[in-house]
Structures are given as C-alpha cells and as structure tokens.
Design a protein around this ligand. Structure first.
Ligand SMILES: Nc1ncnc2c1ncn2[C@@H]1O[C@H](COP(=O)(O)OP(=O)(O)O)[C@@H](O)[C@H]1O
Ligand SMILES: [Mg+2]
Length: 155
C-alpha cells in the first residue's frame, strides 16, 4: 500500500482543559477527495490547523505524505495548497500580482515564476482579467483567484 496523503493516528488536541479533538484517527489516500463535516465547534478548523502545521501537534501522530507534521513543517507547507475560510487576497493588487506574491512566498524559482503564475490563472479562467485590480472582481472570481494562489506552488 502506498503512503497515504493524510494519516492521523490517535490525535487529541486540548485548549486548556477543553478537549477539541478526542483520539481521532483517519487516513486519506493519494488522489482521494475527503470532506470533513461537523457542526460549529466540532473541531474542523483545529484539525486543518494541525494538518497544515499551523498549530503544533500535542498528542498522537499527523503524517502528510509520510512527513511528520510535528517535525517537517516547512517541507509540508511547501507541498500544500490551502484556501482559507477568510479571504486571503489583496484587493489593491491585480489578480496576477496576487498570485505572483504567493509564488514568491513559496520560493517558486524566479525563471519559472511567470509561467507558473499564468498556468494557475489559466486553470482558474482568470487570464483575461489578470491585470485588473482584485477589488473589481466578483465574489466568485475572488474565490477562483484564491484557488490560483493555492495552486501556484503545484501542491
Ligand atoms: N484558540 C482556542 N482557544 C480555546 N478554545 C478554542 C480555540 N480554538 C478553538 N477552540 C474551541 O475548540 C472547539 C473546536 O473549535 P474549531 O476547531 O474552531 O471548530 P469548527 O471549525 O469545527 O467550528 C470549539 O469549542 C472552540 O471554541
Ligand atoms: Mg471552523
């Protein structure tokens, strides 16, 4: 069996004496799509923060493509695309500048940057509006721009 994309073993996470995640184990295979559903306060965001290495793992094991989220934080971040709940675009920049910013943050090599930014914009069908300020985009276009940001590092 190949290494899973996500492998959580007995993950428990507490805020003080409040237990937000209680002994969670789950596996998501390569190429598999998983939706995590639950009411407000169920612990979804806490889990996503553990998977993306934004919050340190307290108890249990979190593996991302075989990398331990407790140790290999930068390697994992380099290989993740993440569209957060809160908007992450800069409205005073153009669509292209917004994606280019993420390419720089992810250390996409300088000579590849232009092509990668264009590829991500193209994939989200935003190439023809790429040089407009993001504040002129509709809500749906903003969401697609965020997807382009999350794809530019080829996660
Ligand atoms: N930084 C924090 N400090 C204390 N309690 C928190 C913190 N973050 C989340 N919680 C609590 O942990 C529980 C799970 O929250 P969260 O992971 O945001 O759930 P969801 O995303 O499913 O709505 C909630 O009861 C929330 O109040
Ligand atoms: Mg949440």
């Amino acid at each position: 069996m190949s290494t899973p994309a996500i492998d959580c073993e007995h993950v428990t996470h507490r805020y003080g004496d409040f237990t937000a995640i209680d002994d969670l184990s789950l596996t998501v295979g390569v190429g598999e799509t998983m939706g995590l559903l639950g009411p407000n306060g169920a612990g979804k965001t806490t889990l996503v923060r553990l998977l993306t290495t934004l919050t340190p793992v307290q108890h249990g094991q979190v593996g991302i493509f075989g990398l331990d989220a407790g140790r290999r934080t930068m390697d994992i971040r380099q290989n993740l695309g993440y569209v957060p709940q809160q908007l992450s675009i800069e409205s005073a920049l153009t669509g292209r500048q917004n994606v280019d910013l993420f390419a720089r943050l992810y250390d996409v090599p300088r000579r590849e940057r232009r092509a990668r930014v264009d590829d991500a914009l193209e994939a989200m069908q935003l190439l023809d509006v790429a040089d407009r300020l993001a504040k002129t985009y509709s809500g749906g276009m903003v969401r697609r721009l965020e997807l382009a940001q999350a794809l530019v590092n080829r996660p």
